[in-house]
Write a new protein. Structure first.
Length: 173
Protein backbone atom coordinates (compact mmCIF):
# COMPACT_ATOMS: atom_id res chain seq x y z
CA UNK A 1 0.00 0.00 0.00
CA UNK A 2 1.44 3.32 -1.09
CA UNK A 3 1.43 6.32 1.26
CA UNK A 4 1.59 8.75 -1.65
CA UNK A 5 -1.66 10.50 -2.46
CA UNK A 6 -3.16 9.96 -5.90
CA UNK A 7 -2.14 13.01 -7.88
CA UNK A 8 -3.71 13.47 -11.30
CA UNK A 9 -1.58 16.45 -12.37
CA UNK A 10 1.29 15.69 -14.70
CA UNK A 11 4.72 17.15 -14.02
CA UNK A 12 4.44 19.28 -17.17
CA UNK A 13 1.06 20.67 -16.08
CA UNK A 14 2.40 21.37 -12.60
CA UNK A 15 5.40 23.27 -13.93
CA UNK A 16 3.25 25.15 -16.43
CA UNK A 17 0.91 26.20 -13.62
CA UNK A 18 3.86 27.34 -11.48
CA UNK A 19 5.04 29.60 -14.29
CA UNK A 20 1.66 31.25 -14.82
CA UNK A 21 1.50 34.91 -13.84
CA UNK A 22 -0.29 35.77 -10.66
CA UNK A 23 -3.62 37.44 -11.30
CA UNK A 24 -2.70 40.20 -8.84
CA UNK A 25 0.30 41.33 -10.88
CA UNK A 26 -0.16 44.87 -12.11
CA UNK A 27 0.49 44.71 -15.81
CA UNK A 28 1.29 47.76 -17.95
CA UNK A 29 -1.62 49.77 -19.36
CA UNK A 30 -3.18 48.57 -22.62
CA UNK A 31 -2.59 44.96 -21.67
CA UNK A 32 -4.22 42.29 -19.60
CA UNK A 33 -3.30 38.86 -18.31
CA UNK A 34 -4.68 37.11 -21.40
CA UNK A 35 -2.79 39.31 -23.87
CA UNK A 36 0.44 38.92 -21.90
CA UNK A 37 0.09 35.13 -21.88
CA UNK A 38 -0.91 34.93 -25.53
CA UNK A 39 1.49 37.42 -27.08
CA UNK A 40 4.35 38.56 -24.82
CA UNK A 41 7.73 37.38 -26.06
CA UNK A 42 9.54 38.92 -23.08
CA UNK A 43 11.61 41.11 -25.40
CA UNK A 44 11.69 43.86 -22.73
CA UNK A 45 11.11 46.65 -25.26
CA UNK A 46 8.31 47.97 -23.02
CA UNK A 47 10.78 48.05 -20.11
CA UNK A 48 13.33 50.02 -22.13
CA UNK A 49 10.75 52.46 -23.53
CA UNK A 50 9.05 53.40 -20.26
CA UNK A 51 9.93 57.05 -19.59
CA UNK A 52 9.23 56.62 -15.86
CA UNK A 53 11.25 53.36 -15.63
CA UNK A 54 8.46 51.65 -13.66
CA UNK A 55 7.99 48.66 -15.98
CA UNK A 56 10.07 45.75 -14.78
CA UNK A 57 10.45 42.14 -15.94
CA UNK A 58 8.10 40.07 -13.81
CA UNK A 59 9.12 37.14 -11.65
CA UNK A 60 6.54 35.08 -13.47
CA UNK A 61 6.03 35.91 -17.14
CA UNK A 62 5.89 39.28 -18.82
CA UNK A 63 6.22 42.85 -17.57
CA UNK A 64 4.81 44.27 -14.33
CA UNK A 65 4.57 47.78 -12.91
CA UNK A 66 6.67 48.74 -9.90
CA UNK A 67 5.24 51.86 -8.26
CA UNK A 68 8.11 51.96 -5.77
CA UNK A 69 10.14 53.36 -8.65
CA UNK A 70 7.69 56.09 -9.66
CA UNK A 71 4.25 56.80 -11.06
CA UNK A 72 2.72 55.96 -14.42
CA UNK A 73 1.88 58.89 -16.69
CA UNK A 74 0.00 56.62 -19.12
CA UNK A 75 2.13 57.98 -21.96
CA UNK A 76 1.63 54.87 -24.07
CA UNK A 77 5.32 54.57 -24.93
CA UNK A 78 5.32 50.96 -23.69
CA UNK A 79 2.43 49.98 -25.97
CA UNK A 80 3.99 51.77 -28.94
CA UNK A 81 7.26 49.87 -28.39
CA UNK A 82 5.61 46.45 -28.05
CA UNK A 83 6.14 44.47 -31.28
CA UNK A 84 4.07 41.45 -30.25
CA UNK A 85 0.69 43.03 -29.52
CA UNK A 86 0.74 42.09 -25.84
CA UNK A 87 0.47 45.83 -25.14
CA UNK A 88 -1.76 47.40 -27.73
CA UNK A 89 -2.75 51.05 -27.61
CA UNK A 90 -5.69 50.43 -29.94
CA UNK A 91 -7.21 48.27 -27.19
CA UNK A 92 -9.79 50.09 -25.07
CA UNK A 93 -8.09 51.71 -22.10
CA UNK A 94 -9.57 49.96 -19.09
CA UNK A 95 -7.36 50.49 -16.05
CA UNK A 96 -8.97 48.60 -13.14
CA UNK A 97 -6.39 49.40 -10.43
CA UNK A 98 -7.15 51.79 -7.56
CA UNK A 99 -5.13 52.82 -4.52
CA UNK A 100 -5.84 51.16 -1.19
CA UNK A 101 -4.36 52.37 2.10
CA UNK A 102 -3.30 49.76 4.66
CA UNK A 103 -3.13 49.98 8.44
CA UNK A 104 0.60 50.81 8.16
CA UNK A 105 -0.36 54.38 7.19
CA UNK A 106 1.40 56.85 9.50
CA UNK A 107 -1.70 59.06 9.77
CA UNK A 108 -3.63 56.13 11.21
CA UNK A 109 -0.89 55.92 13.87
CA UNK A 110 -1.45 59.60 14.81
CA UNK A 111 1.75 60.63 13.01
CA UNK A 112 1.29 63.57 10.70
CA UNK A 113 1.92 62.50 7.13
CA UNK A 114 -0.01 63.44 4.05
CA UNK A 115 2.57 62.57 1.42
CA UNK A 116 0.07 60.50 -0.58
CA UNK A 117 -2.46 63.33 -0.60
CA UNK A 118 0.19 65.81 -1.77
CA UNK A 119 1.32 63.46 -4.56
CA UNK A 120 -2.19 62.75 -5.82
CA UNK A 121 -2.83 65.13 -8.72
CA UNK A 122 -6.53 64.27 -9.13
CA UNK A 123 -6.96 64.71 -5.35
CA UNK A 124 -8.41 61.23 -4.93
CA UNK A 125 -6.93 60.86 -1.43
CA UNK A 126 -8.34 62.97 1.38
CA UNK A 127 -8.02 62.71 5.14
CA UNK A 128 -10.91 62.54 7.58
CA UNK A 129 -9.90 64.12 10.87
CA UNK A 130 -10.52 62.05 13.97
CA UNK A 131 -10.36 62.62 17.70
CA UNK A 132 -6.97 61.85 19.20
CA UNK A 133 -4.83 63.18 16.38
CA UNK A 134 -5.26 60.33 13.92
CA UNK A 135 -6.51 61.07 10.43
CA UNK A 136 -8.17 58.44 8.29
CA UNK A 137 -7.13 58.38 4.62
CA UNK A 138 -10.09 58.08 2.27
CA UNK A 139 -9.60 57.07 -1.37
CA UNK A 140 -12.24 58.25 -3.83
CA UNK A 141 -12.14 55.43 -6.37
CA UNK A 142 -14.02 57.55 -8.89
CA UNK A 143 -11.20 60.13 -8.83
CA UNK A 144 -8.27 57.70 -8.47
CA UNK A 145 -6.48 56.97 -11.74
CA UNK A 146 -4.33 54.19 -10.30
CA UNK A 147 -1.17 55.97 -11.45
CA UNK A 148 0.88 55.04 -8.37
CA UNK A 149 2.11 58.52 -7.43
CA UNK A 150 0.74 58.04 -3.92
CA UNK A 151 2.54 54.71 -3.50
CA UNK A 152 5.81 56.09 -4.79
CA UNK A 153 5.79 58.85 -2.18
CA UNK A 154 4.61 56.83 0.81
CA UNK A 155 7.47 56.52 3.33
CA UNK A 156 6.13 53.29 4.86
CA UNK A 157 4.77 51.55 1.72
CA UNK A 158 1.22 51.66 3.07
CA UNK A 159 -0.36 52.06 -0.36
CA UNK A 160 -1.20 48.98 -2.38
CA UNK A 161 -3.52 48.59 -5.35
CA UNK A 162 -6.65 46.57 -5.71
CA UNK A 163 -8.43 45.59 -8.87
CA UNK A 164 -11.92 47.01 -9.21
CA UNK A 165 -14.65 44.53 -9.87
CA UNK A 166 -16.51 45.10 -13.15
CA UNK A 167 -19.57 46.48 -11.34
CA UNK A 168 -17.35 49.10 -9.62
CA UNK A 169 -15.88 50.41 -12.85
CA UNK A 170 -17.37 53.53 -14.36
CA UNK A 171 -19.25 53.28 -17.62
CA UNK A 172 -17.35 55.60 -19.97
CA UNK A 173 -20.52 56.64 -21.81
Amino acid sequence: MSSRPDVSVSRRAFLKFASQPRSDSIRPPWSDEASILAHCTECKKCVASCPEKIIKPGNDRGPVLDFSSGACTFSGACAEACPSGALDRSREFDWPWRADVSDKCLSLQAITCRTCEDACEPQAIRFKLAIGGASEPIVDIDQCTGCGACAYGCPVAAITFKRLQPEQQKDPT
